[in-house]
Design a protein around this ligand. Structure first.
Ligand code: SF4
Length: 188
């Protein structure tokens, strides 16, 4: 073994270099030193929250050329401290999957094919259905004359990724409309 190779031993580098505790360059191999982070050529990074469940793990979303290139945990989050479960770690697929739906899809009664709807048309259709269900299933009082003033014609089932503010508004909206069946994925 020549002297040059001997000097490259981690213990020698640790004792003679600027990394006496062997936590950095003293124990870094040439292969490791030649590597670059997969995010090195990202042109943007955004703070985000994992969309999948109510834990709310924080994410760093790296972008390149207008697309998400990588998603990883944000170590600054007091919630998740840099961690993501496998589902959250794979959420790059949510943005980049070729199967992702980016338009409103509608299959009319008895139709065999799905069609695209524009937002205004879809919102009008939803509003019409809500109003009709409310009207057709309104209950002013029960059989004994007790006041009800409610509708059983529609209900709300929220997803666990809805935040406090969204849940507050959903509760207000549906209660004001007379609905009493309000639930959330996180409770069932
Ligand atoms: S990373 Fe996993 S645990 Fe965290 S919010 Fe996403 S799905 Fe939930």
């Amino acid at each position: 073994m020549d002297t040059r190779t001997l000097l490259q031993w981690p213990i020698i580098r640790q004792l003679t270099g600027d990394d006496p505790f062997g936590r950095g360059n003293a124990v870094t191999s040439e292969a490791t030193a030649s590597m670059t982070p997969r995010t090195a050529d990202a042109d943007s990074v955004a703070n985000s929250v994992c969309p999948y469940c109510a834990v709310g793990c924080a994410q760093l979303v790296y972008g390149k050329d207008g697309r998400v290139m990588h998603v990883e945990g944000d170590a600054n989050s007091p919630v998740s401290r840099g961690r993501l479960c496998p589902k959250g770690a794979a959420s790059e697929q949510l943005g980049n999957s070729p199967l992702r739906q980016t338009t409103i899809r509608y299959r009319a009664p008895y139709a065999t094919e799905w069609t695209d709807l524009d937002y205004d048309t879809a919102l009008d259709m939803i509003a019409d259905r809500v109003l009709e269900a409310r009207r057709n299933h309104w209950e002013d009082a029960d059989d004994e004359g007790n006041t009800l003033r409610r509708t059983m014609g529609f209900a709300s089932l929220g997803g666990a990724t809805l935040d406090n503010e969204e849940n507050y508004l959903i509760k207000k909206l549906f209660t004001a409309a007379g609905a009493v069946q309000l639930e959330n994925q996180a409770r069932i």
